[in-house]
Write a protein that binds this ligand. Structure first.
Ligand SMILES: C[S@@+](CC[C@H](N)C(=O)[O-])C[C@H]1O[C@@H](n2cnc3c(N)ncnc32)[C@H](O)[C@@H]1O
Length: 288
């Protein structure tokens, strides 16, 4: 619910605080800008130019929901939650603090809802540019507020207000992350590594993860954020059937590059069940 996180939200145009008006059917800023809350419970907080990008479409979000609900990425979600837990412990908050966890490109809220369950009293902001994602986010957890916003624009969040930012296979805006993080806060990023889904790449014609992704991310963040220790590799095997493979590909950018009929043919030619490697790296960053 947006009321849980209203103290952290800010007007995307001028950064002034927001409050709920007319029984939270609108959020209104100190400077008088008004943002309607959709009946599904999310709010779009975009500056004057609006959103330039629609994000994941309804089918991609449905495929993401199907795949993740199969539990195939459980080791990823556990790792992300453990790192958030440890970052919040390291910050030494008081027992009655209600840490704010903000996920950027939060999709269906699978990761954010698990993280909120693992950090007592925490509150979550799920940000995604896709309204289809936001509809899921708004109902993924009682302590989540769902916001449609562009990660590359000024984030609709107050300065120094967030304890942990999570980014799972989604865009990273180091300048904005450094602005919204509390001085003791951390960013926890999960990025795919070479070898992720390797068994599917050739048969399905999907491109591999680029080399040096983490190093490049750290370089791009320099001047705003610095790494906390070394990054951790998370690697495990999944046993996937053809339907799970179809939803895994459907939820990824590869879905946009292959014609649906060609993809369906290639998936049909795979074994009924196959072992597929999942491989990603968790990196933690903090303010300079
Ligand atoms: C690969 S998905 C990851 C979703 C989620 N983190 C997960 O792993 O289940 C990337 C998500 O980022 C969102 N996204 C892409 N570009 C964005 C942007 N500029 N601002 C906010 N969200 C964005 C997409 O709509 C999509 O939901």
């Amino acid at each position: 619910m947006l009321s849980h996180i209203i103290d952290v939200l800010a007007d995307p145009i001028d950064g002034t605080p927001l409050h709920g008006a007319d029984d939270y059917s609108r959020l209104v800023s100190e400077s008088g800008h008004s943002y309607d809350v959709a009946r599904q419970g999310y709010v779009t907080l975009a500056g004057g130019a609006g959103l330039r990008y629609a994000g994941d479409d309804a089918q991609m979000i449905a495929d993401r929901e199907t795949f993740l609900s199969g539990g195939h990425f459980a080791p990823f979600v556990e790792t992300v939650s453990e790192h958030v837990h440890s970052a919040i412990d390291a910050a030494g908050l008081d027992d009655d603090d209600q840490p704010v966890i903000c996920e950027i490109g939060a999709g269906t809220g699978y990761y954010l809802s698990h993280t909120l369950d693992s950090v007592a009293g925490s509150r979550g902001i799920g940000i995604d540019v896709s309204v289809h994602a936001a509809k899921h986010l708004a109902k993924c957890h009682p302590r989540v507020g769902a916001v449609v916003a562009d990660a590359w624009a000024r984030l609709p969040i107050a300065d120094s207000s967030v304890d942990a930012i999570t980014v799972v296979f989604a865009p990273r805006n180091a300048v904005e992350f450094a602005r919204i993080l509390k001085p003791s806060g951390q960013v926890i990023v999960l990025t795919p590594e070479i070898g992720h889904l390797s068994e599917l790449r050739e048969p399905l014609g999907i491109i591999d993860v680029e080399a040096g992704k983490v190093d490049r991310m750290i370089e791009q963040a320099a001047g705003h954020l610095k790494p906390v220790g070394e990054s951790d590799l998370v690697e495990f095997e999944m046993m996937l059937d053809q339907q799970s493979i179809a939803s895994q590909i459907g939820m990824s950018p590869s879905a946009r590059h292959i014609k649906p009929e060609a993809l369906a043919e290639r998936i049909k030619a795979l074994p009924e069940h196959m072992k597929v490697t999942a491989r990603a790296r968790v990196t933690r960053l903090q303010r300079l």
